[in-house]
Design a protein around this ligand. Sequence first.
Ligand code: HEM
Length: 168
Amino acid sequence: MNTPVWALSLAYWMHMLATVTWIGGLAVFTLLVLPAARRTLDADVYAALVERFQTRFDAIGWFSVAVLLGSGMLQMSANPNYEGFLAINSRWAVAILIKHLIFVVMIAVSAAITWGVLPALRRAALLRARGRETPELPALLKRGALLMRLNLALGVIVLALTALARAS
Ligand code: HEM
């Protein structure tokens, strides 16, 4: 049975909105906000900005992941190139498979931020509010920025694989 045009249009719209929001957010934060903030803000304010931004972006990121997965599954099932689960016998199927594997790595990187970096940043913010020293903070901020940049690079590769799939 053919997927109704309205459903496929909605899936592509959601898929591209989630792409723009997640990958776009990673690009703006790592390429524009962080470098500018590092040069203009003192350490306390910089740490507070990063913690606030990453906390808000974290929720948006996980929502985008869910939308990409749901809309992507529909797009895949409707695509004439799709010949079933693990039927990897075309360039389209190879590109989409590698795209999925990288997507799983991006989810693992996001999990390291959500359950590793963010709780530690919050703890450091609480300690600093009580006037305590937090020598681990610069390394923590560096790790957070590195993981965000890694996810941006992986997102760029996902888009390249999508372009290859589209051209196949
Ligand atoms: C970081 C995650 C992802 C990003 C950034 C992303 C991005 C995109 C973009 C921009 C398109 C092209 C839309 C168009 O112009 O037609 C697309 C197509 C597609 N995506 Fe994704 N996607 C992601 C994850 C997924 C996942 C998890 C799935 C499957 C579960 C998926 C399945 C598809 C399929 C089947 C297509 C259509 C390919 C074709 O037309 O040949 N995507 N994706």
